[in-house]
Design a protein around this ligand. Structure first.
Ligand code: V0V
Ligand code: CO
Length: 149
């Protein structure tokens, strides 16, 4: 389906993305990364949080209507810890904001898409999140985010 222009037409559909909520970058050390990001781009975090269930500490840097999410693993035996060991620092995932994550997951399930999370989990700021496996599309890990209302 083609949708002309940005938001409104997409927002009408409960299962499709209406915004890039964040682009996540895996880093070895959050304090160092935050300081470097501020030095380079003059941008500072609006929120910093440990999300135990995902094994990360995250810092959200607001850029327009979206964020850059800096991610440091809490331990090596986590998704981001394994990513760093294998690939080093770099782009980790793109997060698409959806109005109804249950509808989005159901849509992907019906399309036969490989999901990491068949049920939503808890993300930063009390959001509901679910990951789509990188093998589903162009080796890119995608996170669906339903923001708290
Ligand atoms: C792994 N692979 C990736 C990748 N991570 N490809 C692209 N982007 C990534 N980020 C590739 C990897 O190179 C392998 O490809 C293959 O996937 C299997 O990887 P693995 O080394 O066996 O790694 P595992 O066991 O960690 O599994 C990968 C998945 C895992 C994607 C299943 O990372 C996962 O469950 N991720 C979802 C949870 C997560 O990432 N949480 C942290 C962010 P080859 O070598 O087979 O070709 S938490 C967050 O964003 C929050 C809290 C928020 O509020 O936003
Ligand atoms: Co994320």
């Amino acid at each position: 389906m083609m949708v002309d222009g940005a938001g409104p037409a997409c927002i009408l559909s409960r299962m499709f993305a209406y915004n890039i909520d964040h682009v996540a970058i895996a880093v070895e050390d959050l304090d160092t990364a935050i300081a470097e990001y501020e030095r380079l781009y003059g941008a500072v975090p609006v929120r910093r949080e440990v999300v135990t269930g995902q094994g990360v500490e995250e810092a959200m840097i607001a850029v327009g209507g979206s964020h850059v999410q800096l991610l440091q693993p809490l331990r090596p035996d986590t998704a981001v810890g394994r990513f760093l060991a294998k690939h080093g620092e770099g782009m980790h995932h793109i997060a698409l904001a959806v109005a109804d994550i249950d509808a989005a997951i159901e849509h992907l399930r019906r399309e036969g898409v490989r999901l990491v999370d068949p049920e939503p989990r808890t993300g930063g700021n009390g959001s509901r999140i679910a990951f789509v496996h990188p093998k589903a599309f162009a080796g890119t890990l995608v996170e669906l985010v339903e923001l708290p209302s």
